[in-house]
Design a protein around this ligand. Structure first.
Ligand code: BF8
Length: 680
């Protein structure tokens, strides 16, 4: 048995091995809270990432556990494969079949998560349109009229004398709701919103036979094909991935974004702030975490009720501070300017401040361990969705129903308020928070970058053609505890804007950029190349445009489509100088997003890792051959600077193909001349 002294030495040795908070996270607020959690012996993901290492074979994507004869593990031999790859599972499945199956199941998981979110929104939308609930109503009729034709719904009607009359808005809303909801269960034909893609892209999908028939159908078919003994051709499996992923990006996610905009308003630029410093010691802090905005919209209204503010004061608080984590945060920010407490890896740390009176969770990206961390503090964890409950800890479940939404929200807010006097531990809130501007829906970009009299993407295209803007980077995705928190995000984005690539961002990347101060117009002068800085200064926009949550990646698809429509940059998304990126991805949703970017013609680079490295054949298919089929392909680059430069090289390749590479050289000469003049 170890003596006390030996024990101390062991602990010291263990502690010495633990990386310092500065090595684990970019921002000081996170570092402070990691330190506090360690001091208080509250275990977080930052600790577990040190003590639990990933399975090497699973990380390569070549562990098959799709039947009970396995798991069959096919690691890549050290030094790679020489000659024919003869590795096989018990059934004979090759490494590429196994890697493709595992990849496909990630697409299915991701597409299902996004699309089920969309289904929930569509159901609530329809309930609102049919006036079955008083709590939701059609708010943005402009957007409703804009999207209705895409669902095959007429917005005008012929009058008795042949005149064109406006149709009743309620009738239009009901029909849009019904048509939208039908896209999930449709068995044949096409998901109707897919037709929004540029004509050339849609025609390519038709030729390849990858237009999704129905959103759910394509996801189910992935699960069928990847069952033992079904689809054993990696190219054929990937084709099904394309159907499901397109059904997500151009279907489930896009419909979710559309209907959320109609119900809650299309976002336009507004100011706010981000990081743990937005929590307020003297206020009731209610943190809303997850993805669907249906409940959070009600919580915003409930928290503003005079009776709630009064109750908070009775309990000794000065008011109620709402903030968000993950994509619910992005939704609330985009439409209401509610501040963001943090992204994925900050959910436990928000509780570690001791200031969170209630953390209300919905669906996706909620770590089970928040329930354990909450037990070390007074925080109430409130689950609200029947699909997402937590067995650990001592959570409360207040089920949210769209028919009693406001009443449910009031109950939830009251739990937070009543918990305020129960704070036992010292409250320590990091001071760090950064100002930001968010709310760049593709409609808002249309307006801000548009011409003088009417919005269009022509000005953006002109600036790409004349080379001030080199190209567009869509940088999105999660945090990943296997890499220093936020550092990949921020390094990739800074490198892109330094080289005049304007960045469209969503999800946890958007939050990382916000915390790093990249979502302000002022940041252009500090971080951008001369061309992009000039455009941002002239138009008054940040160089990094926050377009919303992860379902709002559909806004990036629409922005790319608008660029094609505005002309001068080719006929298809694959012609445009654009590249995609997820520097710190971790979720299955990210894989579905990555694949619909690729299938839409976008070269897409992921950071950290890709679970396909155990199959050089499948890896080569994703990283090289797909470009010949879709005009877009996957890539992996762990080093953030190289990652950004791979994107830039692709953007330059597209500029060259369009014949606009010379324009940029001229612009750079002009700017250099101007600087020389300024210096003289
Ligand atoms: O949907 S970026 S960690 S919060 S999965 Fe999750 Fe990834 Fe964040 Fe938003 Ni998207």
């Amino acid at each position: 048995m170890a003596t006390e002294e030996v024990k101390k030495k062991m602990v010291a040795k263990k502690e010495k091995k633990m990386p310092s908070p500065a090595d684990l996270a970019l921002d000081t607020a996170t570092q402070e809270m990691i330190t506090r959690s360690r001091e208080m012996e509250v275990e977080t993901i930052f600790d577990r990432a040190q003590t639990m290492k990933p399975c090497n074979i699973g990380a390569q994507g070549t562990c098959c556990k799709n039947c009970s004869q396995g798991p069959c593990r096919l690691p890549l031999p050290k030094g790679g494969i020489e000659g024919e790859d003869t590795r096989k599972g018990l059934c004979g499945a090759t490494a590429h079949t196994i890697a493709a199956r595992n990849f496909a199941r990630m697409v299915a998981g991701g597409a299902a998560a996004h699309s089920d979110h969309g289904r929930g929104v569509a159901e609530t939308f329809l309930a609102a349109a049919r006036k079955e609930t008083d709590d939701y109503r059609i708010m943005d009729t402009r957007k409703l009229l804009e999207i209705a034709p895409d669902f095959g719904v007429d917005i005008t009607v012929e009058g008795e004398n042949g005149e064109v009359l406006d149709r009743d808005i309620d009738e239009i809303a009901v029909e849009v709701g019904e048509r939208a909801l039908a896209q999930w269960g449709q068995q044949s034909g096409e998901v109707c919103t897919v037709r929004r893609a540029p004509k050339a892209r849609y025609e390519l999908w038709k030729k390849l036979g990858v237009v999704p028939r129905g959103i759910d159908r394509e996801i189910v078919e992935i699960m069928h094909r990847t069952h033992i003994g079904v689809d054993q051709h990696y190219e054929n499996i990937l084709e099904q991935c394309s159907r499901a992923a397109i059904g997500d990006g151009w279907g489930g996610s896009m419909i979710a974004t559309d209907l959320q905009d109609v119900l809650f308003g299309c976002p336009y630029p507004l100011k706010s702030s981000a990081n743990l410093g937005v929590l307020k010691e003297d206020h009731v802090n209610i943190v809303i975490h997850g993805h669907e905005p249906l409940l959070s919209e009600m919580i915003v209204q409930a928290a503003e009720l005079p009776e709630m503010v009064e109750l908070a004061k009775e309990k000794g608080a000065k008011g109620i501070q709402l903030s968000g984590i993950c994509c619910t945060a992005n939704e609330l920010l985009m439409r209401h300017g509610i501040p963001i407490a943090g992204n994925f890896l900050q959910q436990e740390l928000a509780i570690v401040t001791g200031a969170v009176d209630a953390m209300v969770v919905v669906v996706h990206c909620i770590m089970e361990n928040i329930a354990n961390v909450a037990q070390c503090f007074h925080t109430k964890i409130i689950t609200t969705n029947p699909r997402a409950r937590i067995a650990s800890g001592d959570t409360i479940h207040i089920e949210f129903d769209e028919h009693s939404a406001f009443e449910d929200a009031k109950k939830i807010v009251r739990v937070g308020i009543e918990n305020f006097p129960n704070r036992e531990k010292e409250v320590i809130i990091p001071s760090s928070q950064a100002d930001l501007i968010a709310g760049f829906s593709y409609e808002a970009i249309n307006y801000h970058l548009g011409g003088t009299f009417r919005g269009s993407y022509t000005t953006l295209n002109d600036n790409i053609i004349n080379g001030r803007i080199r190209g567009i980077g869509g940088v999105v995705g999660c945090n990943n505890a296997r890499t220093a928190f936020d550092s990949g995000h921020v390094a990739v984005v800074k490198e892109l804007i330094k080289h005049d690539v304007i960045v469209l961002t969503t999800g946890c990347n958007a939050i990382a950029c916000a915390k790093a101060g990249l979502l302000t117009p002022e940041s252009a002068k500090v971080y951008c190349g001369p061309g992009l800085a000039e455009v941002c200064e002239t138009v008054g926009i940040p160089p990094v445009l926050h377009m919303g949550s992860c379902v709002d990646n559909s806004r990036i698809l629409m922005a790319a489509t608008e660029v094609v429509k505005a002309g001068g940059l080719g006929d298809d998304i694959s012609d445009v100088p654009v590249a995609g990126s997820a520097p710190e991805w971790m979720s299955e949703k990210a894989i579905s997003i990555g694949h619909y970017f690729v299938a839409s013609g976008v070269y897409t680079v992921f950071g950290v890792t890709m679970p396909v490295s155990g199959s050089p054949v499948f890896e080569d298919y994703l990283y090289n051959k797909l470009e010949g089929i879709y005009g877009g392909m996957w890539d992996l680059e762990v080093d953030p600077i190289k990652h950004a430069h791979k994107m830039i090289a692709h953007i330059d390749k597209k500029r060259k193909a369009l014949g606009i590479d010379k324009a940029r050289e001229r612009v750079l000469m002009d700017m250099a001349d101007r600087r020389a003049l300024e210096a003289a």
